[in-house]
Design a protein around this ligand. Structure first.
Ligand code: HEC
Ligand code: HEC
Length: 348
């Protein structure tokens, strides 16, 4: 029953004119950095001219990179090249990777370069695997139509993403949506409540733990921050899709997040275990930095596609603290198993 009501609500928004009117009334993004921006989630780039952080990859472009679990090797140059995305564990993929995901072309960078071969993504971009293709394609429309921007105008990769959405053909978008929709939901997010978190530095737009040999170690965690880091810096830089992520959150966060889910009834639309319902996206097991940015973007009105109308009354009441707690809780919820929609025709 509940499920039916949700799908009806979604359908109303999709087809309703009210959404269009509401959109016209939504505040236009101002291009300024909003007050209270949770910087830990947006990871703005260091000032121009700052020295690049040391890389875990070998310094020489011709040196071979090795990662656990495969006998494949790739040179550092090939890893960073733009011709073809690295895919260390191609045996894990479902179906054939379309050219737009693997190679891209002029004006449309290979989707898998940022979102990885399995669509699991990284904290600074977005998870795109195991989504309903109809949700996926709606996001591409929203980027294209100027309805989905980052609340932080400095977030260069989101600005790039908007360009790719504008340049990609409908066939490319559909092929990417169907391919990523088929990939298994990643189960690699670990959330740890802790009074301390690793010291981090920015690398490639995301946080990485500073290695012990370079002055790393644990430090007290801030009350309003999630520290999300890869389990292994080199494997993260090499885009290893089997590597996991750890999010450190202050003690008590998960319980608070659970209360936020109950308070705003997130489960009505996102499913009892936040596993998604039809085209309403799953939140379980996703990067908490990503989730936080979406909630904040929607509250700021920079993400305001037609479907965001359903989120608007909720985010307008939520505090940044509640957003942080619910992002952590959703990340800690086990990723769903089971069948996923595989075609764009399974729309509703
Ligand atoms: C330069 C890196 C980069 C590349 C290449 C890239 N994206 Fe993205 N993508 C992003 C970023 C960044 C976001 C948004 C993150 C945010 O909103 O905080 C995003 C978001 C998305 C989303 C929204 C996900 C969601 O859960 O709502 C979809 C869908 C998507 N991308 C599809 C694609 C497709 C298809 C391609 C290839 C044509 C592609 N991307 C190429 C960086 C990239
Ligand atoms: C009335 C239905 C409804 C409720 C209740 C609801 N959501 Fe949503 N949510 C949606 C829809 C529909 C979308 C897709 C929005 C879009 O496409 O812009 C969405 C999108 C999201 C996204 C972006 C996901 C992504 O992959 O980019 C997040 C995060 C989110 N919701 C979190 C929550 C949380 C947390 C709650 C409770 C505090 C909640 N939602 C309650 C309907 C709902």
């Amino acid at each position: 029953m509940r499920r039916t009501r949700v799908l009806i609500a979604v359908a109303l928004v999709i087809f309703g004119t009210s959404a269009v009117i509401a959109q016209q009334n939504a505040p236009a993004p101002t291009g300024q950095i909003p007050a209270g921006l949770p910087e830990w989630a947006y990871t703005p780039a260091p000032p121009a001219g700052s020295p690049p952080p040391p890389s875990a990859l070998p310094a020489d472009d011709n040196a071979n990179v090795l990662i656990p679990g495969t006998s494949k090797t790739m040179t550092r140059g090939a890893l960073r090249g733009l011709k073809e995305i690295p895919d260390w564990h191609s045996e894990d993929r479902v179906g054939t990777m379309p050219a737009v995901v693997r190679n891209g072309r002029e004006g449309v960078r290979a989707c898998g370069f940022c979102h990885l071969a399995d669509g699991s993504g990284r904290p600074e971009n977005a998870p795109v695997s195991a989504y309903h293709p109809v949700y996926f394609m709606q996001q591409m429309e929203d980027f294209k139509n100027g309805l989905r921007k980052s609340a932080d105008p400095r977030k260069a990769n989101t600005n790039n993403m908007i360009g790719f959405a504008k340049n990609a053909t409908p066939e490319e978008v559909r092929a990417a949506a169907e391919y990523f929709g088929r990939q298994p939901y990643p189960r690699r997010m670990k959330v740890v409540e802790s009074k301390t978190a690793p010291k981090v530095r920015l690398q490639g737009g995301m946080h990485m733990a500073v290695p012990a040999a370079e002055g790393g170690g644990m430090e007290p965690i801030r009350a309003d921050e999630i520290v999300e880091v890869p389990e292994d810096n080199l494997r993260a830089e090499a885009r290893d899709t089997r590597m996991g992520w750890i999010a450190y959150v202050p003690p008590g966060t998960l319980n608070r997040g659970k209360q936020v889910v109950a308070k705003y009834q997130c489960a009505t639309c996102h499913g009892a275990n936040l596993e998604g319902i039809g085209p309403v996206p799953a939140l379980a097991g996703r990067s908490p930095s990503y989730t936080m940015r979406q909630l904040f973007d929607m509250k700021e009105g920079t993400r305001r596609g037609p479907w965001s109308e359903l989120m608007k009354p909720i985010v307008s009441r939520m505090t940044v603290q509640e957003m942080m707690a619910v992002s952590a809780f959703a990340a800690s919820t086990p990723a769903p198993t089971g069948a996923r929609p595989t075609t764009t025709s399974a729309a509703r």
